[in-house]
Design a protein around this ligand. Structure first.
Ligand code: SAM
Length: 280
């Protein structure tokens, strides 16, 4: 605990939800973590947050927000559902002004403007329905984005960290690992949430790679084609991208008979570069 605030001193989240007559809205992917032991563990997984800027999407009733503020972070929290504002607003004074609440859709916000150009870690228990588009948005983000500690459904987390050779390996792994080293940190069982979702979740930690690949748009194009027909050999699968699929593969030094799930990060980078040089 830093900066003298202890989340144990606050009314419990369960009491707060009851007092305000709030319930989860399934359409907004709302499953709440009301146990501070878990939200504190997520905050610890993100490293030393004292004095650090954090972007949190979907604070909901504020369980993770409390843990982040307790750890000393300066939090910008973007929440689409205005019903939670009365639960979040008291945390501003409690944290001595270290919380900024933005009532907006995280898919639409300009994070660089919200953060006034400052770099921020991204730490969120993401809504299931928009977790993947938000991740792709942040992978493409500019200098404002620091390391990310994010909660996804377990299957999505496994797809993010997957290595070549298995069914979990696909576009999400290639795009994420083009920018970040990805590690699955721990599983959070469904029963830890209120209301419990159908499946477990997992925390993924994404740290920027020194050799991050710049052209994510090109990588999106080639992985869409390659994994769009993942059981086919690349010489067939890539026909949706170009009639010259075999030439492209030769340029990228990839076997035309290989399948997408056998191609590693370096191979996909070569393929994206070959596609860019032909598209130019
Ligand atoms: N962080 C809270 C927790 O751990 O208990 C709530 C997590 S809940 C899985 C997801 C939260 O994201 C909800 O509060 C929901 O209203 C919010 N949300 C859903 N879609 C959103 C969007 N497009 N932009 C911002 N927040 C969104």
């Amino acid at each position: 605990m830093t900066r003298g605030v202890n989340a144990d001193d606050l009314p419990t989240l369960r009491d707060e939800l009851e007092a305000h007559g709030l319930w989860a809205n399934k359409g907004l992917g709302q499953h709440f973590l009301l146990d501070l032991n878990i939200t504190r563990r997520i905050a610890r997984t993100a490293g030393d947050l004292d004095g650090k800027r954090v972007l949190e999407v979907g604070p909901g009733p504020g369980g993770l927000t409390r843990a982040l503020l307790e750890a000393g972070a300066e939090v910008v929290a973007v929440e689409k559902d205005a019903r939670f504002l009365p639960l979040l607003e008291p945390l501003i004074a409690w944290s001595d002004g270290r919380l900024t609440i933005v009532n907006d859709d995280a898919l639409m916000v300009d994070e660089a403007a919200l953060l006034k150009g400052e770099r921020a870690a991204v730490i969120s228990n993401l809504p299931y329905n928009v977790g993947t588009p938000l991740l792709v948005k942040w992978l493409k983000a500019g200098a404002w984005r620091g390391d990310m500690t994010l909660m996804f459904q377990k299957e999505v987390a496994q797809r993010i960290v997957a290595k070549p050779g298995g069914d979990a390996y696909g576009r999400l792994a290639v795009l994420t690992q083009a920018r970040c080293d990805a590690r699955l940190e721990f599983i959070v069982p469904a029963r830890a949430f209120t209301p419990p979702p159908k499946i477990s979740s997992a925390i993924v930690r994404l740290t920027d790679r020194a050799d991050a690949y710049a052209h994510l748009d090109a990588l999106e194009r080639v992985t869409a084609a390659a994994f769009g027909q993942r059981r086919k050999m690349l010489r067939s699968a890539l026909k949706s991208l170009t009639p010259e699929a075999e030439t492209l593969l030769a340029q990228a030094e990839l076997a035309p008979t290989a399948r997408a799930e056998e191609i590693d990060q370096a191979g996909f980078r070569r393929l994206a570069e070959a596609w860019r040089s032909n598209a130019a």
